[in-house]
Ligand binder design. Sequence first.
Ligand SMILES: O=C(O)[C@H](O)[C@@H](O)[C@H](O)[C@H](O)COP(=O)(O)O
Length: 259
Amino acid sequence: MGETRGGLLAGVEQGIVKAVTEASEAAIKAKGSFTLVLSGGSLLNFLSGLADSKKISSWDKWHIYYVDERNVPHTSPDSNHKGACTAFLSKVPIPAANQHAILENVPVDQAAKHYEGMLIGTPTTILPRNSDGLPVFDLMLLGTGPDGHIASLFPNAPQTAATSGWVLPVSNSPKPPPERITFTLPVINAAKEIIFVASGEEKAEVVQRILEIQALPGALPAQLVRPSQGTLRWFLDVQSAQKLDISNWEDRKAFPRTT
Ligand SMILES: O=C(O)[C@H](O)[C@@H](O)[C@H](O)[C@H](O)COP(=O)(O)O
């Protein structure tokens, strides 16, 4: 990794740490707790700066969730929870009871039901509901794959089209490992704040497709992320943004471009 790229990655990481810190302060001030939802994949590499942040002190008020998780033991290198522990959870005093990992060693349907049950049972002081009865997480960090999937919602998969349920099982994920659990789009779109993170040249094409080309419904799941009440931001580096036409960026009111 060259110096410039290292610098750019550091820039994305600093931006994420700042955004997460600000969201945590606002949520703790408003309701006494902060709910942070993580994706897996390369996103987790950007979270290590959280452990060094001098600005965060109320770790005991943090609650960690996974927008999707692989149905593997927590010790597996494929486990998103393990990735998050390595990145920052093992270095900060968030109570173990507030770190909501998948139930291990059970069939994937049961793991999804268990996770959904845990969310439903979470007090609304921590996880408020919106007018549709959906949970409102304070901040959700999403990555996207080269096919435009988010969480474990893959192009044209039935889970991507689901309009009910909070957490669904996936047994044939095109990205290994095959078994996963995933939040549904209605739950994702109910979040108070969503941040997409994409870095590196390998994400340039999909970022351009998501933000500039109107795909058929379900073909590019990332385009279906439209917070019903919350905000959506993209954190990109120069490489992942290189194919975007930013000439009339300020005039654009919607993504993907509709005119
Ligand atoms: O557990 C997972 O597989 C993810 O949550 C997944 O949705 C991930 O965010 C994207 O595949 C991007 O991953 P990369 O950034 O590693 O490409």
